[in-house]
Design a binder for this molecule. Sequence first.
Ligand SMILES: C[S@@+](CC[C@H](N)C(=O)[O-])C[C@H]1O[C@@H](n2cnc3c(N)ncnc32)[C@H](O)[C@@H]1O
Length: 265
Amino acid sequence: MTQPFRTTTIRGTLYDHPKYYDLVFGAGVGLEVDFLQGCFDLYAGRRVHRVFEPACGSGRLLINLAKRGFQVSGWDMSRAAVDYCNRRFERRGLPAPAALGDIVNVCLPAKVDAAFNLMSSFQILPTERAAEDHLRSMAANIAKGGLYILALHLTPSRGTPIQRERWAARRGKLSVLCRIWTKQICSRQRKTRCGMVTEARTPRSRVRIVEDCAFRTYSAAQIGRLFEKIGHFEPVATYDYGHDLDDPIIVDDRTQDVVYVLRRR
Ligand SMILES: C[S@@+](CC[C@H](N)C(=O)[O-])C[C@H]1O[C@@H](n2cnc3c(N)ncnc32)[C@H](O)[C@@H]1O
């Protein structure tokens, strides 16, 4: 006889459930790491060995870079994510790379050769002030010639913005489905409010994580002005979320997904 599902609904954030986050957003990790390494080789004005990820989450990118010989570290605000990330390193006999910290003001013990933020986490920073402080503090912690690889969902002024995303993945008996949709665009406040529901299923149980999240919006012109204002970074290349090094893009008023390769002056 089939066992009935036990369903638990949690009002919280997927970031505090890194096992599910890691599965559902981890599928393209190999491609992302190839892309990062390719950018280091192509665009950095120095040899890249020491790398840092602000808002590192489960550490899915950090562990794969560590396996390729990079010295890695990361900050995140979720205790659960930091613990998950550090445990996966400790299991392999590697030093724990993640620390609890707010990326508004990053302060590292030594400068890094490169940093990266590939999942639009920069847009979680709610105000222009927080975004500026983040970029300035990143500049202070990246050595001259080093890179900051920063991904954003831009708000296009032509074309229709993407309003829905659906991510799904399965590992063994666990399957995770995550749906994100736009609830409200507050243009004057430059804020997009989104709903997000994640369902994690095994044959015996189902967990639903229900949350609202908000992202600061940027047009191509707004982020360009911000980079200019900060002054420490030179944009040297742009790509889309396909992470294809052979296919750089030119950002225009239709662009939505963009990865900026910024070089520290
Ligand atoms: C979309 S996840 C990205 C995780 C990781 N960068 C990746 O590519 O898988 C966003 C992460 O940002 C973290 N976060 C949000 N605001 C933060 C802040 N102000 N300081 C540090 N971490 C933050 C969350 O806890 C979450 O782990």
